[in-house]
Design a protein. Structure first.
Length: 343
């Protein structure tokens, strides 16, 4: 195969150095692949290194508390990835003797492991001849073959998975998949592809047609909604009142300052919104500032206020935490910034 031969030759000289590459334990590949979903390599490396020190193998992760797991993940975002990794480790520890199953059907049953992750683990960790398709591979194949179908549609996915399998070099799938990941990240990024440096330049149909900047074709994005929240920072005798988010959904299991969505003036609506959302009654004090953050599908501006508790409902999700121990409670970026303000 001219494509795979040329690509692997390029990879042998230009492969990026990463702490999980060449690691003897499939667990390391699994952790890295989960962390790398929707996250840049530079961001992941320090988290991966810290994670492997804290949880060096599957049994140690399975036996860890959810709080410790989320604490180790804090700042990496998309926290369902950490929770699923934790759940899957418990299953692997109890059902598969602490080792990732070689049977791909079993592997697919684990929480958080989809088709892409199965292909990555199978090819990189288990040396199996399995294709995979992450954002980098999707973009590279869309350009190489000038694919005009929406890459994020079922029809487009089918075409691209077919191309990934069609070009797979037997016995070298792991290096091949990683080579495509590196090519997409360093030579063929979303904008301004470096075509003149690409080892596959002569094979690229999009470059031949001058459409490389137009590939992959993606569905139009919906307008991003913007929400307003008001948060109550309640401090009493060196302790702050925190609320734990539900286990399922956005930032599941993380801790935050009691807050609620408002429609207009955060200062005027705070007390009523909190009472309605959680039966917590407060008297609003001075403003602490505004923290803005963009999630994958929406943006939020959180207005934080010093508050005095008038009535606190009996709720197992509410907890008084010493200010000196706030760092021990995993939080999203917004609440961590508020915590830093009050400390």
């Amino acid at each position: 195969m001219k494509l795979s031969t040329t690509l692997l030759k390029w990879y042998s000289k230009h492969a990026r150095a990463m702490p999980w590459r060449g690691h003897p334990d499939p667990y390391a590949v699994w952790v890295s692949e989960i962390m790398l979903q929707q996250t840049r390599v530079e961001t992941v490396i320090p988290y991966f290194e810290k994670w492997m020190k804290l949880f060096p193998d599957i049994p140690s992760l399975a036996n860890a508390s959810e709080r410790d797991v989320l604490n180790a993940w804090e700042g990496l975002g998309y926290y369902s990835r950490a929770r699923n990794l934790h759940k899957a480790a418990k299953i692997v520890a109890s059902k598969f003797n602490g080792q990732l199953p070689l049977d791909l059907t079993d592997l697919r049953t684990l929480p958080g492991i989809g088709r892409y992750t199965v292909g990555a683990i199978a090819s990189i960790a288990f040396k199996m001849d399995e294709p995979t398709l992450d954002g980098n591979l999707r973009r590279v194949f869309s350009r190489l073959y000038n694919v005009t179908e929406f890459a994020d549609s079922p029809a487009g996915e089918k075409i691209l998975w077919g191309l990934a399998a069609q070009n797979l070099p037997r016995g070298k799938a792991g290096d091949y998949n990683q080579a495509l990941m590196d090519l997409g990240a360093t030579i063929c990024p979303p904008k301004n592809p470096r075509c003149l440096l690409c080892p596959l330049m002569k094979l690229c149909k999009a470059r031949e047609n001058g459409t490389q900047e137009l590939r992959p074709v993606l569905k139009p994005k919906k307008k991003t909604p913007h929400y307003l929240h008001a948060a109550a920072v309640i401090i009493n005798r060196g302790r702050a009142l925190l609320s734990q988010r539900p286990a399922d959904g956005l930032l599941g299991g993380m801790w935050e300052f009691p807050n609620a969505r408002v429609s207009g003036n955060p200062a005027a609506e705070l007390a009523k919104a909190l009472r309605s959302a959680s039966r917590l009654q407060v008297k609003r004090g001075a403003a602490l500032g505004v923290v803005q953050h963009a999630y994958s599908h929406f943006k939020v501006a959180v207005h934080a206020f010093r508050c005095e508790a008038v009535s606190i409902p009996k709720n197992k999700n509410l907890k008084w935490v010493k200010l000196s121990e706030l760092d021990d409670y995993p939080m999203g970026k917004v609440d961590r910034q508020i915590a830093l303000k009050i400390k």
